[in-house]
Design a protein around this ligand. Sequence first.
Ligand code: TA6
Length: 275
Amino acid sequence: MDEVIAIKNRYGSASIAMQGAQLLSWAPEGEKPVIWLSKEAKFVKGKSFRGGIPICWPWFGPHPSDPALPAHGFARNLDWQLKDRRETEAGTLVVLALAPNESSWPHQAELEYRIKVGKQLELELVTRNKGSDSFVLGCALHTYFHVSDVRNVKVLGLEETQYVDKVKGGEKIQEGALTIDSEVDRIYLDTDSSCVIQDPGMNRSIRIAKSGSRSTVVWNPWAEKSEKLGDMGADGYLGMLCVETCNAHDDVVTVPATGEHCLRAVYSLCDLSIL
Ligand code: TA6
């Protein structure tokens, strides 16, 4: 397997694969893991691990016109470079960089991904346009959260929000907290809201704050889709829920020449009672 950066400090532990700059694990001190990784996850050159935080870039989902191109773009399949690593009072900062040169994407960009492992997990994905023309960018932090049992959690923060239902079709409005009892694949639109995954089974909630994003994806493949994916592990879907910080659907962003875009997410644990 290519290099994995291991982090251990007084706030907890984490690990990051250089391939795809994919965070594979994060556990605050004394806490169960917050990020889920499939028991069947294995290193395959040029393919993201099942779980962790895959980076979707420079498009989200299938390529808009060429189905032969990789879903969720190519950044998660490439080897990134370590640009910086330092220990601070607030925890460990790791900075990874990628300057992609892919024929499928005729633009010049540089990516810088800043990961801070402290009391909370802070992620900043910065895209810089190094070319002379603007480009349209779709991206996401496709985060798999570890839950006790997805049938018993609630997702708050998306109430009354319109969403694209990729399982049942159409666009709908979220009524009340989101609960999961079957396959869910939804793009919530025009929302900059923080979300909270309430997990009574672990007696905790996971708070998901964000900026630079107005779309949030919630995904659980459930049993049948998990079987087809083949790398979720036996009943793995019961222990995970993706809540993804995105620029997806109509929330793609235009990055002007010499401009930049920052997609940011911050994950923290809080008491179950705190909304
Ligand atoms: O974010 C949800 C989604 O777009 C689903 O439709 C499913 O395809 C998932 O991403 C996983 O995609 P992957 O290419 O990582 O298997």
